[in-house]
Write a protein that binds this ligand. Sequence first.
Ligand code: DX5
Ligand code: ZN
Length: 222
Amino acid sequence: MIKISPSVLASDFSRLGEEAVKMEKSGADMLHLDVMDGHFVPNISFGAPVITPLRNKTSLFFDVHLMISDPLRYARDFAKAGADMITFHFESDSDPSATLDEIHSLGCKAGIAIKPATPAEAVIPFIDRADMILVMTVEPGFGGQSFMEDTMPKVRLIRDAALKAGKDLDIQVDGGINDKTACTAAKAGANVLVAGSAVFRSENPAGTIATLRKNAEVNFVG
Ligand code: DX5
Ligand code: ZN
């Protein structure tokens, strides 16, 4: 099943609540919340105290992408703030296995993300325990970058490994997703599409979400 997760990084932060409601009304399946600590990535965005009040504004599924050095230490704060899924980076300082267990014990779904230079083989051993694998299609840290098509073979490797294991795994792509790259990513086997600029800079977010979904549905190869 194709899911569209608009990234609030491209939204108007002074009206975050309204922006979240707008995405819910526009047919988004999730809301992607990019947490950056200025250490794991060279940018700072927001943390749990910004997510907590947002939780009262919408019932959208909160897809929290932690671009932080020590996700194991902070997972509890994000669970308390209302995260439904917490995705952390394989390249962070935290032990991936312990972090997966911690997130699950907090009652959240758990995802593992890999940066463009990290091979698919890093996360394939976790396919049975992770709810989602996020293959970054740009270097994490900033919105509005161009999609890196050379990350697509990793998506295919992970999808094939999941199929072989008999697991209906969510594979997310994040960065530079638009009408065209949505097709490319779905063809490679991705079914969860994050889109920041494409959705929030659109005059018609509902139309953009519908087009992204349609393009991914038509091109998806499981
Ligand atoms: C990048 C973030 C992305 C970003 C995507 O570090 O993880 O979620 O917001 O933005 P666009 O869709 O504009 O590339
Ligand atoms: Zn993200």
